[in-house]
Structures are given as structure tokens and as C-alpha cells.
Design a binder for this molecule. Sequence first.
Ligand code: TIU
Length: 226
Amino acid sequence: MFTVKAAPFDYSFPPDKVALIVIDMQRDFVEPGGFGETLGNDVSLLTPVIPVVADLIALFRKNNWPVIHTRENHAPDLSDCPPAKRDRGNPALRIGDDGPMGRILIRGEPGADIIDALKPLPGEYVVDKPGKGAFYATDLSSILKDLDVTHLVFAGVTTEVCVQTTMREANDRGFTNLLIADATGSYFPAFKEATIAMIAAQGAIVGWVAPLSALAEAVSGGKSDG
Ligand code: TIU
């Protein structure tokens, strides 16, 4: 077991039962001209998490632990996009409209792809999801069953939307979750902080939270108890 100094108390995981889930590190959320910006957000707020997510992925690759990337996107014919989602609010461009990185949030378009700095390697999993949660209408459950993992480490964007939704879905499915605080970001810093607090509250009601440095220290041997 490895034991990570975390909130609200230490998080222990068996190294043969852990996987990393990197949520939606797509151009549509972190670059200008994509879905996130059309919703009125300042996408530059997400930039600082990119190098931390890169280091977290590198840690998992070095240990040969599974890495799963997700992408929020929709089929070109929008058959998996509920009108209630597309018609919501008053965005500059709607899902499926033409934008500077191709059609907004459409599978296969440049904007819907994962950013170059965090490109999946061959053999890593890429889960396309139409919802905010990565378990809804995807094969994530069967991937995790095949991998035989029990512990999930989370990173990505945005903390209170797709990351938190997926962590709650995972929690209800019996997984033991760790969120890497500096590897997740929000367009609303106060929402990120609130999400971190509510995940760890009530004795880790949704999961644990720790910085990447704490996970790295545990894995490097300092906190391992065999
Ligand atoms: N808008 C927002 O904060 N997030 C999303 O729409 N999707 C994800 O979080 N990936």
C-alpha cells in the first residue's frame, strides 16, 4: 500500500488497483474560441493546471499504472446532445456551431481534442462522453472492471462540473477517490475551493484531496508501508 497525506485524513491505495482519470483536458475548455469561452468564461484561469496534470500523468506512466483520458463531446449529427443542453442559456456559439477550432464540442473536430501538452499515448484509454459525468452513456464502468481497479485518482477540468460529477458517480459505484488539488481547475476559483471542501467533508463523503507533491512523496517510497 502507498499512503498519501491528504484531507480529511491519509489516503491509502494498493498500487496494483489504482487508475488515473484525467477529465476533459480539451482545447474546447482551455483554449480561446472553444466551448468554455462561448459560455462566457476566462479560459486562462485553467492554464496553470496543465503542467501539473502533465507531471501527474508522467508519474502514472512511470509506474505503469493505467491512465484514462475523457473528452466531453457529441456526435456530428448531435444525436447524443439533448436539446436541453444545446439550447441552454445564451452562449456566443452553441454546441455544433462553427468556431475557430471547428464545430463546438463535436467529436473529431480540433477543438474537441485533448491539448497537445497532454496527448494520450497509444495504449491509454480515451473515453468520449456526452454528459458531465464520465460514467453516463460510456463504457467507463466496463473499462474499470476489466482493469480490476478499486482506487481512482482524479485530475482535469472543471473541478465543480465534470470532475465533481464523475467523482460522485465513481463514489456511488464503490470506488475510493483521490482528487489532486493542483491538477484540477475551474473558471470560478471559489467554486474549486468549495468543491474541494465538500468532497473531503463529512469524513471524505465523496473522496480525499491532496496536492501532487503528496502523491509523489508517497510513491517515491517515503510513505509506503509495503
Ligand atoms: N462549463 C464547465 O465548467 N464545464 C463543462 O461544461 N464541462 C466540464 O467540466 N468538462
